[in-house]
Design a protein around this ligand. Sequence first.
Ligand code: KG4
Ligand code: ZN
Length: 341
Amino acid sequence: MKILAIETSCDETAAAVIENGTKVLSNIVASSQEMHEQTGGIIPEAAARAQIRSIIPVINKAIEDSNQNIDQIDALAVTYGPGLIGSLLVGVETAKTLAVVWNKPLIPVNHLVAHLYACFIDHKLDPPQFPAIGMVVSGGHTDLVLIKGHGDITLLGATRDDAAGEAFDKTARLLELPYPGGPAISKLAEEYRTGHPELDSDSIPDLDLFPRPMIDSDDYDFSFSGLKTAVLNYLKANANVDKNYIAANIEEAITDTLIAKSTKAIEKYKSKSFLLSGGVAANKRLREKFEKYFKAKGIKFYVPAPQYCTDNAAAIGAAAYYLNKKADIETINANPAASIV
Ligand code: KG4
Ligand code: ZN
């Protein structure tokens, strides 16, 4: 089954053709990120206007690159939410129109569920096994879920304030680093650790400058807004700080908390696999810490290739294939506040 998928929830305009949920035939992503770098963050109206400019060329290119013609496409899929309303509307209305014109079924997909299903891409022969624990860590979300089967998802915990990616972005801004902050912080942190090989241990106790809120709390929730305040206070109290050292401490604090809550859930629910996705899943230090843990425990760890971690349409197509919930065109609406379950 070949699906043409469309994703426009935020500042990426994406389209992809994917076969049987695992084989990506084309994957096109146009980002308006450069424009947002100049404003230090996303302005929703500007993002929606960029979606309108890009949507048709991006869909055309995805079809062209896939070497398929429309007759060979079995269904369309589109992100209905969560995301920015203006951006979502562009994708949803375009997909509805094309589904009518081409007489194809349309499968509405939750953006956060799709982040998890990115872990199925390129795993035709060894797909994730259930029960699985999944974590979506992006600029807008930090969600920890239990997945008992396709579409059988329970939310275990989420951030109570800032998302993990947001914590990277906001602390990076305090350090006057470019947007998005995650890769910038990660680069400086790595430089710091490389310069201090003696730190190469599991816990890195020397990098505990900032608190790990809720790390020992009796639930699966997260809280990252205190980190921003802690960094701000530190910068106010200390002149001429070593940015690499601060970045390493930020990264260690965020990744420690993400690891602690996920491994707690994995053990409680005797999870067979772990699915990590969202922009922050690109973080090298986080992957490194997880890999070490899973190797010791014999649990399968799935993390999508970098281009499928961040917002993309191939993941939308993968989720659409496995969940296969075609809907009446009239009932499909953009829902900016949709939750993962
Ligand atoms: O999933 P995503 O592309 O967009 C949504 O938020 O939906 O995630 C973007 C987030 C940003 O906050 C960015 O700073 C973060 O992912 N990010 C990273 C890294 N690459 C991207 N955070 C930490 N380390 C990275 N290498
Ligand atoms: Zn996303």
